[in-house]
Design a protein around this ligand. Structure first.
Ligand code: HEC
Ligand code: HEC
Ligand code: HEC
Ligand code: HEC
Ligand code: HEC
Length: 211
């Protein structure tokens, strides 16, 4: 999320983008395709995954965009002396199911909060068990490998996580070539023949209103 002008924000790093306008503390109106502004949709349907620390009563967010806390959790200030105190650091040895919860809190699109009915994890704090409140729905095409990986981690106790394949800060998935071949590869590659061939997939997603 980028502040394009004072109090005006652009959502998404690639087209089609959505325009947002600040309407109060922790509140955005979102622009519809016909140009009109919707005052409630962003808080009701988007805020939980596109902003940080949404208040459970008011649905107001604390930070626009995705802050460090969304993945690294509540930060112990001693972490500058001892990086094992912070989730996802090399020395932390974050459990695979914790990684699945953190990344799944936004990437398992199409689910809903049991307590609140909103289509995002409600009051989830990185480090918690996502699935105590969030009911993951069904994967759409582009999210298929995400759902499979989370399921493998939770149900089959696989220790391959998102982080075996993605280096988040570098925005790279190069590492995935070194992971052992398994059924998970077939979401994107063919069973036989060279791995150079990649199956096409669609980014369409109803949670994000992407057709
Ligand atoms: C989308 C999730 C995400 C967000 C947001 C995020 N990080 Fe990270 N960060 C990670 C992951 C995952 C790692 C582990 C290395 C990797 O695979 O990229 C990491 C690693 C790090 C490390 C290296 C720690 C170590 O000892 O290995 C530092 C430092 C760091 N992050 C700082 C930050 C800061 C500061 C912010 C906010 C500006 C931030 N991160 C936001 C996911 C995130
Ligand atoms: C708070 C919500 C949130 C969390 C938590 C989160 N992500 Fe994301 N992630 C996003 C959003 C939103 C985007 C899309 C950014 C854009 O395109 O503007 C994204 C994009 C990505 C991308 C694609 C980048 C690209 O090139 O399109 C990868 C890979 C990714 N995230 C992996 C992870 C992993 C791994 C974790 C867990 C460590 C994680 N994310 C945690 C919200 C989140
Ligand atoms: C076995 C390796 C592997 C695992 C495990 C894995 N990914 Fe991926 N993921 C990839 C590869 C490879 C791509 C394609 C990158 C490309 O197109 O350059 C990808 C693509 C993505 C994208 C971008 C899709 C887009 O819009 O282009 C996101 C987001 C993402 N992964 C998130 C996750 C999350 C979250 C997890 C953990 C729950 C995860 N991945 C687990 C290998 C993996
Ligand atoms: C989410 C989709 C996705 C998944 C899952 C995935 N791959 Fe890939 N893979 C890609 C994409 C896209 C490329 C080409 C770009 C790149 O390297 O990131 C690729 C490239 C490769 C290459 C390099 C091929 C070449 O000759 O250039 C290898 C090897 C590979 N993948 C192995 C694997 C293995 C092994 C698995 C399972 C553990 C796997 N992939 C799972 C999407 C995926
Ligand atoms: C459950 C979490 C979740 C909800 C709810 C959600 N999004 Fe997203 N959104 C994501 C993730 C994760 C990505 C990144 C997907 C990727 O790169 O594969 C994303 C990407 C986007 C993008 C970037 C363009 C793209 O597709 O890469 C836009 C724009 C967007 N969402 C708009 C919205 C709007 C508008 C709403 C509310 C109507 C919404 N999203 C609700 C998680 C969510």
């Amino acid at each position: 999320m980028k502040e394009s002008e004072p109090d005006t924000f652009t959502l998404g790093s690639r087209a089609p983008h959505r325009q947002l306008k600040k309407t109060g503390y922790g509140k955005f109106a979102i622009q519809e395709k016909d140009g009109s502004w919707n005052a409630t949709k962003f808080a009701d349907r988007c805020a939980g995954c596109h902003t940080t620390a949404v208040n459970a009563q008011t649905k107001a967010f604390t930070e626009f965009g995705i802050d460090c806390y969304a993945c690294h959790g509540v930060v112990n200030l001693e972490h500058t002396n001892d990086t094992s105190l912070i989730l996802l650091s090399k020395k932390n040895r974050t459990a695979p199911k914790t990684v699945a919860s953190i990344c799944g809190s936004c990437h398992l699109r199409g689910g809903k909060s049991k307590a609140m009915g909103v289509p995002y994890a409600y009051h989830y704090v990185a480090g918690d068990d996502l699935f105590s409140d969030y009911q993951a729905g069904n994967s759409s095409d582009g999210d298929r490998h995400v759902f499979r990986n989370v399921q493998d981690t939770l149900q089959n106790k696989s220790d391959v996580t998102c982080l075996n394949c993605h280096v988040v800060h570098a925005g790279s998935s190069q590492k995935h070539r070194r992971v052992l071949t398994s059924p998970a590869c077939l979401d994107c590659h063919n069973e036989t023949g060279p791995k150079k061939a990649v199956k096409p997939y669609s980014r369409a997603n109803t949670a994000c209103e992407r057709e």
